[in-house]
Design a protein around this ligand. Structure first.
Ligand SMILES: *[C@@H]1O[C@H](CO)[C@@H](O)[C@H](O)[C@H]1NC(C)=O
Ligand SMILES: *[C@@H]1O[C@H](CO)[C@@H](O)[C@H](O)[C@H]1NC(C)=O
Ligand SMILES: *[C@@H]1O[C@H](CO)[C@@H](O)[C@H](O)[C@H]1NC(C)=O
Ligand SMILES: *[C@@H]1O[C@H](CO)[C@@H](O)[C@H](O)[C@H]1NC(C)=O
Ligand SMILES: *[C@@H]1O[C@H](CO)[C@@H](O)[C@H](O)[C@H]1NC(C)=O
Ligand SMILES: *[C@@H]1O[C@H](CO)[C@@H](O)[C@H](O)[C@H]1NC(C)=O
Ligand SMILES: *[C@@H]1O[C@H](CO)[C@@H](O)[C@H](O)[C@H]1NC(C)=O
Ligand SMILES: *[C@@H]1O[C@H](CO)[C@@H](O)[C@H](O)[C@H]1NC(C)=O
Ligand SMILES: *[C@@H]1O[C@H](CO)[C@@H](O)[C@H](O)[C@H]1NC(C)=O
Ligand SMILES: *[C@@H]1O[C@H](CO)[C@@H](O)[C@H](O)[C@H]1NC(C)=O
Length: 881
């Protein structure tokens, strides 16, 4: 959706699919192969607890080797002590079934350490492929340099092939091969694959990298220190409930770095080796200091000249991830973390906790048709074919499997297998059903093997089959009628000689059966096949059922996390947070708002009551919009709960509740004139953001003092997006069937035409401004009749009675000039026809002039700050652990 403007950059993904967490934690989403250890052996790594298994089940070729004795006890990871070396063949491949098959996202990691295993003292250089596609070159500088290659991708088939290709520059080998199941919803890009460039942990004191069990996905985080920064840390756990889908480990997120000089801002520079390459960058933030109430940490995040996130506030003990929406590249990539404007001492300098950079890899080679591949894999496995059948059967052209002919690939279609010759290859057993899936096959030669059983009917259904040779086997039964028919009409060359028990017709079969007295064997065979088919269907049905369940949980059914979830809380957690709904903060049409505490921070928990007038749709709208928007003058959503009948929204806590209470005199003090001006500007800025910075624009539709919340510093934030709507850019006007909103604040034009646009919010804000100026409600009794505040103010203004307009409780403590100006703006906003009203941006400009006396441009106010540049390319030293 285009609506995900700059704010979609923040991924608050929160798939609380416990299933995945559990799996990742118990390693069932892991495949960990230590290449070269004895066949079928395994061990648990002492440091990580990861169970490594031998590679014998995943590879057909190569030899096991151990690194040289001198390096055996140098403290290297155990999985680096052995390697599988491939002295023969140009391409050698591992073939690994992924933990959950195709369509899921995996991190695939290979590690290499030469360790002089071959005693040649020459570290090799070779190429690495994922299936048919080039992954990267592996170049080892010396015996003990460790090379990691990592790729994140969604495989299109259930198995992945990791291949090493000889470049005549030493023998290819592999030390470790690891596969980790990731959440589909993280590292989302339109690219085929992401290759790790770096993954850094800032602010730590140690020099050890973190991986499993700190990281449930076993990503390896390398410690890094930036120049001229201070280190910050907390001993508390960050994001305990894993609300951020990326789930960087708490040990990584609990340390951060910040510029030493508080007036400096931070720039992270990355210079790609290849300026044509494209990269995705993920910045992970979490506040680790408990900030005093008069302090905030807030900064803009710039990517080169464009604003990535405005006024970003890292949350205390929660991880937020900011990523580049599109791939970046060039000679230099510049991320800048800058405080917004000259804000004095109350705004702390930026921080950064962790960062990841990935390079895009587009898969240009098109693999062989996946149905053909699956069939060949089954055939290879069933008959244990002793040929160098590795990697993709047809692609790249120079590497196609022995005995195979394929159609040529072009840019758009997959190669198909047209000819398969596995004659004289010691095949035993029946003709496998997998042959039926080689639907493009023209020539099939199975002669000279020990195949038994009947010739299956499906061979007669292969549409393009022109040659079939099954001579010299032990096949029985009768030849399928279809094959005979095609043979008779000349469209098929069929050879079936030297199968002693094979018949051309049923009568022959009967005599042969009698002669051999083997009456019984067909029945068990049939029941076996039926049994297998039933088992297959059961597995399939179970899998489907399982998938459905997941989809329901994951993709926004009425229960459970919504697709665009930021932070999902279980109902039991909500009970905990609110201390069993102990303190009521307020009450509305939707239900009650309770006080709550998360990790020591106060929150407001809005619980949707069963008989709520504000239904599920409004709840959805509110969550949808708050997910996307992020602005200091909009309330921010901390999380939500959507479990069975329990629906709750958790917001940041606003100490001073709402503007309406102040205006109605329900609070102990009255707002000063200056405070009123600032609150008006805040509200207008929040709405301007919705109108101008969101694509398509969002119209709030229910702007009123009760929906303008004030924090302890009386900063105003717009709340309650339940009625808000987004409007596509083309059709700026929307016709709505029901009138929604609040009487008194409702655009009169909307009331009659049912057409709504941003100007409707301008009208409502105008009414709010009038209330702020006068302290009177929107509709007040005037003598005997009820009169709208705009009529009243315009009457008095016409008489020049500014004293009569401004809230009497302020006495003389206000500036007449700005009171005039405010009243004029407010009345312009409440013009009955929308065309005569200003836009929200114009309102903001005018209000800024009143508040600051001049128009300021926050973003360009940074001249006095000194740049703190961090060069991400400077080398770091990975430490063995
Ligand atoms: C170990 O496995 C490899 C490859 O599967 C095989 O070539 C080798 O003969 C096996 N060795 C033993 C001792 O079983
Ligand atoms: C991930 O993708 C797979 C395959 O498309 C799908 O079955 C599964 O439900 C997805 N998981 C999530 C959490 O979306
Ligand atoms: C946290 O900071 C303190 C001092 O500020 C330091 O002594 C300690 O080593 C730090 N801990 C970590 C894990 O960096
Ligand atoms: C890493 O830390 C260990 C123990 O704290 C220390 O002995 C070693 O010198 C450090 N290595 C580097 C490169 O700083
Ligand atoms: C911080 O930087 C500013 C601007 O360069 C400089 O005036 C100030 O002295 C610096 N403060 C410290 C403590 O170094
Ligand atoms: C990086 O971007 C910031 C903000 O756009 C700019 O001030 C700074 O000069 C840039 N740094 C470099 C090295 O270009
Ligand atoms: C913040 O408040 C503390 C006391 O609560 C005070 O010592 C400090 O000076 C204040 N800082 C600012 C920037 O106002
Ligand atoms: C593949 O596409 C590219 C451009 O799209 C073209 O230059 C190239 O010739 C095509 N190759 C084949 C084999 O069709
Ligand atoms: C043939 O291919 C289909 C779809 O790819 C698959 O569902 C089926 O199990 C395959 N059949 C055999 C016998 O392998
Ligand atoms: C069979 O051959 C025809 C003609 O060569 C071709 O057009 C068709 O695509 C082939 N069918 C399959 C399933 O490959």
């Amino acid at each position: 959706m285009a609506m995900l403007s700059s704010l979609s950059l923040i991924s608050f993904t929160s798939f609380a699919l416990l299933l995945f967490l559990v799996h990742a934690q118990d390693q069932s989403g892991f495949i960990s192969i230590d290449c070269g250890i004895p066949n079928d052996s395994s061990y648990n790594d002492e440091t990580t607890g990861i169970k490594y298994v031998s590679d014998s089940a995943f590879v057909d070729s190569g030899t096991s080797k151990s690194i040289a004795a001198e390096f055996q006890s140098s403290g290297f990871d155990k999985h680096l002590l052995n390697v599988r070396s491939f002295p023969e063949g140009k391409r050698n491949c591992y073939d690994v079934r992924t933990p959950r098959g195709k369509g899921f996202k995996y991190l695939i990691r290979t590690r290499f350490m030469y360790g002089n295993y071959d005693d040649l003292g020459a570290a090799p250089e070779f190429d690495l492929y994922l299936g048919v596609n080039f992954w990267d070159s592996v170049k080892l500088d010396d015996a003990t340099s460790i090379v990691n290659k990592e790729m994140i991708t969604i495989p299109v088939s259930d198995t992945v092939q990791v291949c090493v290709v000889d470049k005549n520059s030493g023998t290819p080998f592999l030390s470790v091969l690891e596969i980790r199941l990731l959440l589909n919803t993280t590292y989302e890009t339109s690219s085929d694959a992401l290759m790790l460039v770096r993954r850094s942990d800032f602010g730590g004191n140690g020099n050890l990298s973190f991986r499993y069990k700190d990281d449930i996905y076993d990503r390896i985080w390398t410690p890094r220190t930036l120049a001229d920064t201070n280190k910050l840390n907390t001993s508390l756990t960050i994001d305990q409930g894993f609300h951020n889908g990326y789930q960087p480990p708490s040990t990584v997120m609990s340390t951060a770095e910040t510029p030493q000089n508080e007036s400096h801002y931070m720039t992270l520079i990355f210079r790609p080796v290849d300026p044509n390459a494209k990269f995705y960058v993920y910045l992970h933030f979490a506040e680790v200091e408990e900030l005093k109430t008069n302090l905030t940490r807030e900064f803009h995040i710039w990517l080169d000249e464009s604003l990535l996130v405005r006024s970003f506030k890292p949350r205390y003990l929660f991880t937020d991830t900011v990523s580049t929406p599109n791939p970046v590249g060039g000679i230099m990539v510049n991320f800048s973390l800058q405080q917004p404007g000259k804000t004095g001492d109350s705004v702390l300098p930026p921080i950064i906790n962790a960062l990841e950079i990935y390079q895009v890899n587009e898969f240009l080679q098109i693999p062989t048709d996946s149905q053909d591949v699956d069939a060949m894999m089954k055939i290879k496995a069933k008959y244990r074919v002793k040929k160098n059948w590795q990697g993709d059967p047809c692609v790249p052209v120079g590497y196609s499997w022995e005995g195979l002919d394929c159609t040529q690939t072009d840019n758009t279609t997959n190669s198909r297998i047209v000819s398969l010759n596995i004659s004289f290859s010691e095949l035993r057993g029946e003709i496998d059903p997998a042959f039926s899936n080689l639907t493009s096959i023209e020539k099939l030669d199975l002669s000279g093997n020990d195949l038994t059983g009947e010739i299956p009917d499906f061979l007669g259904n292969l549409p393009n089959l022109t040659e079939l040779n099954v001579e010299g086997n032990k096949l029985t039964g009768i030849i399928p009628a279809k094959l005979l028919e095609r043979s008779n009409n000349g469209s098929l060359s069929l050879r079936f000689g030297r199968n002693p028990d094979l018949c051309l017709s049923a009568s022959c079969q009967n005599t042969k059966k009698k002669k051999k007295k083997k009456n019984g064997y067909i029945i068990p065979l049939v029941s076996l096949i039926v049994g297998i088919i039933i088992a297959l269907f059961t597995v399939l049905a179970l899998f489907r059922h399982f998938k459905k369940k997941q989809q329901r949980g994951g993709l926004g059914g009425r229960n459970g996390p919504l697709e665009i979830a930021k932070r999902y809380f279980k109902y039991s957690e909500v009970v905990n947070i609110t201390n069993n709904f102990e303190r009521v903060l307020g009450k509305g049409g939707f239900g009650k708002v309770y006080h709550g505490v998360i990790n020591g921070e106060q929150v407001a928990v809005k619980v949707l009551s069963q008989e709520s007038a504000q239904g599920y749709k409004e709840f959805r709208a509110e969550v949808d919009i708050l997910m996307r928007v992020h602005h200091t003058n909009l309330t921010s959503l901390v999380g939500y709960c959507n479990e069975g009948n329990h629906v709750a929204l958790i917001y940041e806590y606003m100490a001073n509740e709402n503007l309406g209470d102040f205006l109605a005199g329900k609070r102990s003090f009255i707002l000063s004139w200056e405070e009123r001006l600032k609150i008006s500007l805040d509200a207008a800025q929040g709405l301007e953001y919705l109108h101008c910075n969101c694509k398509p624009p969002i119209v709030h539709r229910d702007v009123k003092p009760a929906n303008i919340l004030l924090n302890e510093k009386l900063q105003a934030k717009i709340a309650d997006f339940g009625l808000s709507r987004s409007f596509s850019v083309e059709g700026n006007v929307q016709v709505s069937t029901v009138v929604a909103g609040t009487i008194g604040y409702l655009d009169p034009e909307y009331y009659s035409t049912r057409q709504i646009d941003e100007k409707s919010d301008v009208y409502s804000l105008g009414v709010v401004l009038l209330e702020v100026i006068t302290g009177q409600p929107a509709i007040a009794s005037f003598k005997t009749e009820k009169r709208h505040i705009s009529d009243q103010v315009s009457l008095m203004l016409a008489k020049g009675d500014i004293k009569g307009i401004v809230d009497q409780r302020l006495k003389e403590r206000y500036d007449t000039g700005s009171a005039w100006k405010m009243s004029e703006i407010a009345l312009a906003c409440t013009e009955p026809t929308s065309a005569q009203r200003p836009t929200m941006s114009q309102v903001v400009m005018e209000l800024k002039q009143i508040v600051y006396g001049r128009v300021t441009n926050q973003e360009n106010d940074n001249d006095s700050s000194i740049l703190l540049t961090v060069d991400l390319n400077s080398e770091m030293v990975p430490q063995a652990r």
